[in-house]
Design a protein around this ligand. Structure first.
Ligand code: AMP
Length: 465
């Protein structure tokens, strides 16, 4: 037996399906905003992260998985994906070839040597987007709105969006000076991390989680008092856009983010599950002014965010947001004998290409064992196929919930399941409002209250209104 490496976790079975479901919805959202998929390597030259994420960041200083490869190269497992995406755009000369902005989405694992705790792993998965090449606060607002919409599509309600601005270079330099002066007076009583941050990047002190230090941070100068006209206008425009879009937000002046490349607007999405659990930010991002040039590209600006799939899955589990996700087998095929085994392969494929999730019991088991297996798979229906059935070209179908059983000819098999299973699928859909799926609109009452009028044997969704 080998144990997991500390801070890692297996994502298997239903959990893996949940991850795929989340990623699918995040991808669909990015696609309707016309973002294109990028897949970049997990390993990059360490220098890339030192340049982009920043030498003074906790990530580069303490958390990177770095090693020398057999060719003597200094390599790092990516702690985040933005730097690699930007590098790929620069290498592919997308800024020369393409119309701006270049819009990318990505998904995949990241690695940080952090202290493992709830919602914090050493290998975790991010889904993120980057929109690069134009300078417009409206672009930043659109990126934030895409993150917000993604959460709505995932079924979240009451998401807290925190935003702040780190201003432009001029604002930030003036602000840092003021912070140095202020924290210089309190440094003696602050934690050792803060003492380091004071030297490396004083802004990061605002992020300190030590309660005593937070008291000192509360009275620190505020960035809003140091913003240049330009920086102020940009931030105001973003807030106005969010108001216009009806996206609620809180301005949190202590929000600074841990990656050095951010400038301008920064933001985080938070959510407390109904169990009262919070796993930290479920997603975060911001504007970056210099990153592309740092990585060897032109002086263009970008904005992006990343969601943590682990954290999304945890809160969605707590709040049952995976309701739509069913791992039921639609149809479990039970062949009895050699001839039926072969026939069931064909029948299952016929049903699978029509979209039904089918599994065949190919182990020559007895009926009662096959029913147990069907039950363990939460199968909705079973098809029993024996020599008699093959002889007569008809199969026995059993509804495993009601235990009802009936025979269907092979010609009617698909039609029967279309009726049986689409009916199930439509349960949650809206009433057909007169366009009755039983195929006989004339029986439907216009005010939708036509349950009695529907033929009992037909699968009218109005019955499930
Ligand atoms: P960051 O790249 O630090 O801006 O983080 C973006 C998102 O990735 C966060 O909001 C989290 O959801 C997720 N994330 C960051 N670090 C971790 C970690 N160590 N474990 C799990 N998720 C993480």
């Amino acid at each position: 037996m080998f144990n997991l490496v500390k801070g890692t976790h297996d994502v298997i079975l239903e959990e893996a399906e949940k991850y795929s479901y989340i990623e699918q919805i995040l991808q669909n959202t990015a696609q309707i905003f016309n973002y294109k998929e990028f897949r970049t390597p997990i390993i990059e030259h360490s220098e890339l992260f030192a340049r982009s994420v920043g030498d003074s960041s906790d990530i580069v200083r303490k958390e990177m998985y770095t090693f020398e490869d057999k060719g003597g190269r200094n390599i790092t497992l990516r702690p985040e994906v933005t730097a690699g995406i930007v590098r790929s755009m620069v290498n592919a000369k997308l800024f020369a070839l393409q119309d701006y902005p270049v819009k990318a989405y990505y998904t995949g694992p990241c690695f940080r040597y952090e202290r493992p705790q709830q919602g914090r792993y050493r290998q975790f998965n991010q889904f993120g987007v980057e929109c690069i090449g134009i300078t417009s606060p409206h672009r930043d607002a659109e990126v934030i709105s895409m993150g917000y919409d993604s959460l709505i599509f995932l079924g979240f309600k009451d998401v807290t969006l925190k935003i702040n601005t780190l201003g432009d270079d001029e604002s930030r330099e003036n602000y840092k000076k003021a912070l140095k002066e202020y924290f210089g007076k309190h440094l003696e009583n602050m934690c050792s991390d803060c003492k380091e941050r004071y030297e490396l990047n004083v802004l990061r002190i605002l992020d300190c989680k030590v309660p005593e230090d937070q008291e000192i941070v509360k009275n620190a100068p505020k960035i809003s008092d140091f913003l240049s006209e330009n920086a102020k206008n940009s931030f105001e425009t973003i807030k106005r856009d969010l108001d216009f879009l009806g996206i609620p937000y809180e301005v949190d002046e202590s929000l600074v983010r841990g990656l050095d490349y951010y400038s301008g607007v920064v933001f985080e999405f938070h959510y407390v599950s109904s169990k009262g659990k919070s796993y930290g930010a479920i997603g975060a991002g911001g504007h970056y002014g210099k990153l592309v040039a740092e990585v060897g590209g032109p002086e263009v600006e970008g904005c992006g965010y990343a969601f943590g799939i682990e954290r999304l899955a945890s809160v969605m589990n707590d709040d049952n947001l995976f309701e739509d996700l069913s791992d039921n087998v639609d149809i479990y095929l039970m062949p009895l004998g050699e001839r039926a085994n072969a026939a069931s392969l064909g029948i299952a494929n016929y049903l699978r290409v029509s979209g039904y999730r089918c599994e065949i019991c190919l182990e020559n088991k007895g009926m009662s064992q096959m029913f147990k297996k069907a039950e363990r798979r939460n199968a909705l229906y079973a098809i029993i196929i024996g020599d008699n059935e093959l002889e007569n070209d008809e199969y026995v179908i059993k509804n495993l919930a009601s235990q009802e059983q009936f025979k269907v000819s092979s010609d009617d098999l698909l039609k029967t399941f279309d009726e049986l299973l689409n009916f199930e699928g439509k349960k949650e859909t809206e009433c057909c409002e007169g366009d009755c799926c039983c195929g006989d609109d004339s029986k439907c009452d216009s005010d939708n209250d036509h349950e009695e009028n529907c033929d009992e044997n037909k699968s009218c969704c109005c019955k499930n209104k």
